[in-house]
Design a protein around this ligand. Sequence first.
Ligand code: ADP
Length: 207
Amino acid sequence: MPNIIFLGPPGAGKGTHAAQVSEIKGIPRLSTGDMLRAHMKGDTALGREAKAFVEAGQLVPDSLVIEMIRERLKEADCKDGVIFDGFPRTRAQAEALESIVQIDKVLNLVLSDEAIVERMKGRRVCPDCGYTSHTEWLKGSTDCQACGGTLVMRDDDAPETVLNRLRVYHQQTKPLIEYYSGKGLLRSVDSFGTVEEVAERMRKALE
Ligand code: ADP
């Protein structure tokens, strides 16, 4: 069964499309960003350790996220394949992952820095369930369509932190494109356009 990685810059739509594919394929989506935010919200030891890095737009140390993923993969729902969303983000994470599971495909979402900055400005998320939307579609509403909670801007979507996250992406995560392309696993998907347009390209890339 498939293990699929969603690669791409912050704000390129990994979460949105990984959630769709997770539903279609009936396999769980493992988002290290969501997992870290849950730890921070629950004020766990890991959450306390991760907090300063996340808030500054830096990567959380490899050892922490690798252990978090290793533990999560032991759970029963992961046995038929998973979708990795936001992991791996460094070469060390990619190599560690390889020693745990076999990767079948890497979907690389492509979006320009300018488009990313625009998207993040309007991104709104539900702190209760993780549902994500955009001011363009919300038309003034702050209601979460998934659980009825209230949508907010994520702290690390503040413009100066977004620039930091983009810098980190270019330095540490972008080299994984070449890494996975060298292994013949990479499929690039243009992430510019509507959710439906991108979802259609995604479907083709997954065939
Ligand atoms: P986005 O994809 O929009 O950047 P995420 O929710 O995936 O958002 O990540 C938010 C933050 O969580 C990152 O900026 C980073 O601090 C931390 N994080 C998430 N995944 C990882 C990872 N694999 N390695 C290190 N840090 C991570």
